[in-house]
Design a protein around this ligand. Sequence first.
Ligand code: FAD
Length: 505
Amino acid sequence: RWLPLFGTIVGAAGLTIGYGLYTIHWLNHPSPDQLPFGDPSLPTIVLLGSGWGAASFLKEIDTKNWNVVVVSPRNYFLFTPLLPSCTVGTIELRSLMLPLRYITMHKKREVKFVEADATDIDPGLRTVTFEDKSEIRGEFSRGTLKYDYLVVGVGAETTTFGTKGVTEHAIFLKEIPDAVRIRRAIMDSLETAAFPGQSPAEIDRLLHFVIVGGGPTGVEYAAELRDFFAEDIRKWFPAVAKHAKITLIDSRSHILGTFDQKLVEHAEKAFKRENIEHMANTRVKEVREKEIVIAEKHREIAREIINGVAADVEKEVVKTSTVPYGVLVWAGGNGIRPFTANLISKLDPALQREAGRGLSINDNLAVLGAECMYAIGDCTVSKLAPTAQVASQQGAYLARMFSKFSREIDSLTSAGSTLAEACTRAGDSLKKTESFTYKHLGSLAYVGDEDAIADLPLGMKLSGAATFWFWKSVYLSNMLNIRNRVLVAFDWTKAWVFGRDISRA
Ligand code: FAD
């Protein structure tokens, strides 16, 4: 039991020393070029978003040859794979956030960051209109920028499949404010359940934690919640903790549909062992303030008379019922953002055939039907799963392609083309260069009680306690910055030694 603690302390000490040396190195490094922003002799790339795709693009792009402007309502990058851990306090929120300026300040030339939502794009004029929708606004809160190239990386939003009451009563798990809401709601329902005089039925309702969606996000949140109850809540709320129940509802017959079948079985067995109820083949029809209406599909044997002969017939039966809940987390799939839908409506519908799902792009990630416009990550439609791995590989690929562009633009402008002409023609020539190819590095999921599964390339399927340590080390090494690695390692150690914090902040 002490070995992991010792390992974590040694690891954290190593990372701290590493970070110290890195900071000293950085302080002695020449500061980024302080040229006034926007060299008119260089083309301008406007990058929308600060997520996986955009951050990876920014890290890779050589700003020596470009004016780069980032427009995003979020001034930080979020390491989403560990977000479920924040909902119960295993990891603190800021440990997963990397201010975008940490990335931009290390670039060769200044990168302009505008904290705003892009609200409109004019593909003909090549302009982006944006608006500051934050609480504090200045004299100006709207603006328009001209781009030579546009990179759209605005991600997706969680879809409700049009289910009534989801937006009003459920909590999504996508962004930092969602994790804050979930953590508050969990503690609120616990304190309310512990309020004197509550009936046992009401305590059962308040402490029924329901998750809709059996993908990695829903599964990992259920696993974190189970750990929180087993390791902390039982100690702090002994009288009511025994009423707590976790239920995961999914319309498919198995959770973690993209994983290998053996690993799915392992995860489902783990959930059974951990008393997480899995309601398979169940659709949520409506969400009310305190209950959900569900329709469960069953196969039943019914006796029927066929051609005058009695026979047992297997039939699919749909049973509708209500489930009382205290906290409902909705981890449905991805839906298109209104901004993306609006952009698609301005492009040729014959080329944008998947308008309801996202931007259609070609093999070079160029948006079909638009000039000098590229798109990466969850806002696009492709055969690839909407994952951080795909988005970040697309961002890095595009940045490398833009280096090829800049050489082409140089030679075209030297031959007499204007900058605008050169940008359009360089975009055409990119189409002939190598296509984006995705390299799958594997999928991981935490299933609770120090157990994880890993579906890796070359047919490697791992599960169990050692995979849990592998899961931790992979996520630590995939973080964009050493500061975040140190913070996460510290949070894990802190939760292990002192337990998770139960304040309702
Ligand atoms: P995002 O990372 O969502 O970034 C979108 C950006 O666009 C944000 O900065 C947003 O603020 C900004 N934006 C939104 N609207 C506008 C606008 N109008 N104008 C300008 N900017 C805008 N993937 C994995 O591979 N492995 C995992 O383990 C994993 N776990 C996950 C766990 C959770 C809880 C979640 C939510 C997702 C997880 N994913 C995982 C999926 C992964 O996070 C996404 O696929 C990835 O974030 C997509 O990257 P993106 O750049 O397309 O979009």
